[in-house]
Design a protein around this ligand. Structure first.
Ligand code: G4P
Length: 190
């Protein structure tokens, strides 16, 4: 998606060879017009797929996921992150490890909002090692629902998330694919 790539070039800050800061339009301040186009782009890419529900993980996944759900005219559910959970009976819970933040968190979705047989499109802001996407996919599976696709706003193709998800059989569509952040420079994969 050219507009997203331009925005990354103009406003992205390379913090290290591994991390790109995009808090001026995605992770802190949010650009609504860009989010709308991101929603339209995901809707186009998954137009041949039946989607009943969009699932994301709080907090930065919510904006692009909401615009996608609006475009597809389906509900959005965001998985909640919690340090520790006591009341788990009415929740699907998975543990997700973040390599970027070097911490484990539990992600949870209410059983009420994820029925068996639902066709779920997972949307997230970043794909690094795929831990968040796999965690959400495990929740979908636990509910007896189906992951019909995974939409990623920014894929860091030099990390192994895409390869792992593709190998597991998931269809992954990324709107911007970054091949490298070396030497403070953003190099796109395509
Ligand atoms: P993974 O799920 O693909 O394995 O990624 P990882 O654990 O490494 O990512 C954990 C968190 O770090 C996620 O945010 C993810 O969006 C974010 N992240 C990963 N790589 C980058 C990057 O290069 N730049 C930025 N800005 N973020 C990155 P989170 O913990 O879910 O936070 P948030 O959604 O509350 O913002």
């Amino acid at each position: 998606m050219q507009k997203l790539k331009d925005k990354i070039r103009q406003e992205g800050i390379v913090l290290s060879d591994q991390v790109l800061k995009v808090d001026s339009f995605l992770n802190h301040r949010i650009d609504p017009a860009l989010m709308k186009e991101i929603g339209q782009a995901f809707a186009r890419r998954f137009s041949g797929v039946r989607v009943d529900l969009v699932l994301t993980l709080e907090s930065s996944g919510i904006a692009p996921a909401l615009m996608t759900a609006l475009e597809l005219q389906v509900p959005l559910v965001f998985a909640r992150k919690q340090k520790s959970l006591t009341m788990k009976d009415d929740l699907y819970v998975e543990t997700v490890y973040s390599f970027t933040k070097q911490q484990e968190s539990q992600v949870a979705v209410s059983r009420r909002f994820l029925e068996s047989g639902t066709n779920v499109l997972i949307i997230d802001d970043f794909l690094a090692h795929g831990e968040a996407a796999f965690g959400m996919a495990r929740i979908v599976e636990a509910a007896g629902a189906r992951t019909v696709g995974i939409g990623i706003v920014i894929e860091k193709s030099f990390q192994n998330g895409y390869a792992k998800l593709a190998e597991a059989g998931y269809r992954v569509e990324s709107l911007a694919r970054i091949a490298s952040l070396e030497n403070g420079d953003v190099r796109f994969a395509d």
